[in-house]
Structure formats: structure tokens, C-alpha cells
Write a protein that binds this ligand. Structure first.
Ligand code: IMP
Ligand code: MG
Length: 188
């Protein structure tokens, strides 16, 4: 798989995002979208702490992708008694593609009484975001399917420490159940 962002580049983007966010916020309710947000949220929250931002953390689950396609329909699930009323909320997601997820999250949190809803993604894909832009964007990438650093293809490759374009071989390995990582872990 071709690397799109290596570990060092991700670290630099996260540090820069934290500095940008810290200019405007001293205290935030950070709401991560599971599962993809996991490594990003962990790194971003520590980077924000280094910049003096105090956080509360909450999580939601958003699902709209089947394989490498957005169904256009986003299912949201509140997790662990999330309360956002009267709070300044920062939604954290791995990637912005069609924009359906962030638009739905924005409306959902505003309906729940959040004082302010801002959004942060590590990656934004070029192309068809339906006019949705995140307030804080790590970097823009070409319109391709990427995996790693939380991003999956059919639940595989989230654990990669870097971000890579999904290659035909790795896609086929997952599709026919012969992914070497899965086999190694005994799930093959
Ligand atoms: P959107 O709703 O189309 O903007 O998509 C956002 C969600 O789709 C993200 O939270 C990811 O879960 C998923 N997604 C979009 N593009 C990719 C990709 O290239 N790789 C893995 N997941 C993706
Ligand atoms: Mg997601």
C-alpha cells in the first residue's frame, strides 16, 4: 500500500491542529466519532493539553459506509450518557468525504442544546463534500480510499500507525478473507 501520510507527518498535523484550536478555545467538550476517531482523538487530546486546553470527552458512533462507499444514510448512536447542553463542542472525526456525517452530527448536537458546535477532521477528501467544510482540517487528500490511523476497510487496517491508500491486493485479501493480519491473529 502506498503511504499517504507517515507517522511523523501525522504528528505534525495533529500538533498544528491543536495550536489552531487552542487560539480559539480554552475549554472544550470533545466528541469523537467511533470507531475511526480513536487514534486521532487520543493524540489530539494530548496535544491540546500541551497547548493548555482543558477537555471533557464524549463519544458517539456514526456509521454510513459499507466497504468503500457511503450509503448516504448516517446512523448515529449516543454513547455513555453524552451531555452537550450549554457546552462548546468540538466534533472529532478521521475524515470528511461526502460531508453527510458532519452535517448530521452538527444538527444532532445543536438540537441537544450545544452552545457551539465546531468540527475537526484529520483529512478532507477533494471532490464531493456537498458544501460541508470542517472548522479545523489537518490536510486535504485526493479522492481515494485510505486506511490506517483509525480508518478501516471492512474493519481491517485501523491499527496501522500511518495512513495508506488501500491497494488492490489488500482490498482483495480482505474481500476473500485471506488478509495476512487477520490470519496471523487467528481470525482468518
Ligand atoms: P462522509 O459522511 O462521507 O463525509 O464520510 C465520513 C466517514 O466515512 C468517516 O467517518 C469514515 O468513517 C468514512 N470514510 C470516508 N472516507 C473514507 C476512507 O477513505 N477510508 C475509510 N473510511 C472513510
Ligand atoms: Mg467514521
Amino acid at each position: 500500500m502506498d503511504t499517504v501520510l507517515n507517522e511523523r507527518q501525522i504528528e505534525e498535523l495533529v500538533a498544528r491542529l491543536a495550536r489552531e484550536i487552542a487560539i480559539e478555545h480554552q475549554h472544550l467538550m470533545v466528541v469523537g466519532l467511533l470507531k475511526g476517531c480513536l487514534p486521532f482523538m487520543a493524540d489530539l487530546s494530548r496535544a491540546l493539553c500541551r497547548c493548555g486546553v482543558r477537555l471533557e470527552m464524549g463519544f458517539m458512533r456514526a456509521k454510513s459506509y459499507f466497504g468503500d462507499r457511503s450509503s448516504g444514510h448516517v446512523q448515529l448512536e449516543e454513547l455513555m450518557g453524552l451531555t452537550v447542553a450549554d457546552k462548546d463542542v468540538l466534533v472529532v472525526d478521521d475524515i470528511l468525504d461526502t460531508g453527510h456525517t458532519l452535517r448530521k452530527m452538527h444538527n444532532f448536537l445543536a438540537d441537544r442544546g450545544a452552545r457551539q458546535v465546531r468540527t475537526c477532521v484529520l483529512l478532507q477528501k477533494e471532490g464531493h463534500n456537498n458544501g460541508v467544510v470542517a472548522d479545523y482540517v489537518g490536510t486535504t487528500i485526493a479522492d481515494m480510499f485510505v486506511v490506517g490511523y483509525g480508518l478501516d476497510y471492512r474493519e481491517c487496517y485501523r491499527e496501522l500507525p500511518h495512513i495508506a491508500a488501500l491497494g488492490e491486493e489488500e482490498r482483495a485479501a480482505v474481500d476473500c478473507g485471506s488478509d495476512p493480519l487477520l490470519l496471523e491473529a487467528g481470525h482468518g
